[in-house]
Design a protein around this ligand. Sequence first.
Ligand code: ADP
Ligand code: MG
Length: 698
Amino acid sequence: MSTVTDYFGSQVFDDRVMRSMLSSEVYASLRKTIDEGTELDISVANAVAEAMKNWAVEKGATHFTHWFQPLTGITAEKHDGFIAPAPDGSVIMEFSGKELIKGEPDASSFPSGGLRATFEARGYTAWDPTSYAFIKGRTLCIPTAFCSYGGHALDKKTPLLRSMEVLNKQALRILRLFGNNTAKRVVSSVGPEQEYFLITKEMYEQRPDLRFTGRTLFGAMPPKGQELDDHYFGVIKPGVAAFMEELNDELWKLGILAKTEHNEVAPAQHELAPIYTTTNIATDHNQLTMEIMQKVAARHGLVCLLHEKPFAGVNGSGKHNNWSIATDEGQNLLSPGDTPYENAQFLLFLCTVIKAVDDYQDLLRIAVATAGNDHRLGANEAPPAVISIFLGDELNAVLEAIKTDSPYQGTKKTQMKLGVDVLPKFNRDTTDRNRTSPFAFTGNKFEFRMLGSSNSIACTNIMLNSAVAESLRIYADRLENAEDFETELHEMIRKTIKDHQRIIFNGNGYDDAWITEATEKRGLLNYRTTADCMPHLMDEKNVTMLTSLGVFTVDELRSRRDIMLENYCKSVLIEANTMINMVHKRIAPAITRFTADLAKEASGKKALFPDLACSYETELVRKLSVLTDCIAEKTDELEEAVLGLQGTEDIVEESALIRDTVLPRMSELRIPCDRAELLTAKSYWPFPTYGDILFSVK
Ligand code: ADP
Ligand code: MG
């Protein structure tokens, strides 16, 4: 049996393959494009395309595709064969540099939010040489960016690459000020921890709500849920272990560094985390991971649910975005150093993140906003919708000492003159324990915990990179013009701590008292829903920051706001219609049948034994009849709410109506249905219950 080291990355046209298959001139030229972003000569592109094709064909590939990430949130591909006819009737396999560099997919059916007129059907895809090509099935996939002919970004990769570029540029300015003249690039890295549920296909198929919406819209709690905490890190069941084994193999072949896997808090819930890598590669890999999880699950008779809240009353699924920035020389800029100078630099980068997160809380909230994720945030299972930063006691004490110009009360008293005094060593292990914080410093990286499990991590990292680049830009402007570097630095850091200390919170983020304090005393934002936050994407400060850095144009921003709100409205409407349908076609008829049978039974008994009360049956008939009436009324109200949306033309207005009328009525309708489920005999109930589904995988 071959070992992991033999097949790791075997489906990837990575550096090893490039080095072995390309001439040294072509390799050097491609490497320069990858490392420094220089333009690629067409003759080089032809040579790379030829090598890529030969490599792929050798591995059984017959097609190639430009693989991209449109604004649907998933990936898209259109396959083209390598074959070309030869004069003698046979075929040859062809692939040119032009085909590698640029594609022209018919893009008219992808959301563009008005960026591309429908008559202008074509967009184009452009090769991203910084993310390696790979083989999936029998197709060579080439990671690409996707734009309209007018040059507008129609995807998530383009702005992500732009945000990495601006972060690089501004961070280098700072490093130069600290005397670092050797680093060539600063890159942000991400390790996303991915949560998901696994259930059997058999259960899934029987639930229209899961099939149409990805989550259950009805379902009473089973007698046993996650109360005992016996699933978290528990023994992995054989069916799940077999799935994980195959998933790892598939991911490893694609060069994805899947590292840890374990059971999560909820029954049937699991997590996978890869080793961190460059942000755009991590993004591509996370998209691939989600896709492959679903494919591998299907081969095992399972379904992988990536929805943020598949089951009410059971923890939902999120994604933790572990983020750091480092130089090409391997220096992590969020890691405290050993010398006073390194420490001052660390504190400066730390402060840029603090400032960025406070100034652009709304953008971070917007980056994770979907109808699905709205169910988790603030529901005591994920961070609240209020953003705050956790630093840990020690780092907090250091900042406090700087702010007040007082000695740091660590193990020994230290005066905190930046650039002169050595920072005390922080004990890293103690920094990672606050699980309730949306944005936690964990020793040498920040962990942003608000993402939903199905979110593309691109959005979060675009906003994070951009906001931090903006803080760095402001700091660099000041420091470059400072009379005395150290005094200016010290003052700037002090002022940042003073101005932005409201965003720092080391307590329990799930506590109601915190939400009150955050919003009422500290003035932090609390956008509970997608409908609340998304319109703020177009707030002047956000538009100014993102356009002046060149990460988005105004039109691109507006299109994203519209698409995200449209997605929100469409998802909720599909859910509402699915509920109405399930009630009329399945739930109400089932309860009625059960009630009728009970009534018949009771009257039959009474005919035989007139002195019997038959109170069990009659009481149940009465209760279920009351519930049926209530269900009918609540269904009518939901139908009315859906009809009430007709005529709204503005997407912001429609999303607000959905939030205020449709969603609350969905919750109201669910209550009598779930109650009825508990009172109805199992043989009559038309769907598998939560208990059946959550404990279905053996
Ligand atoms: P946990 O959060 O479960 O304690 P870790 O902190 O070890 O686990 O790692 C979680 C994720 O953070 C992993 O994907 C890991 O590769 C990633 N990670 C570790 N160091 C960094 C870093 N410097 N930058 C970005 N991600 C990192
Ligand atoms: Mg973590």
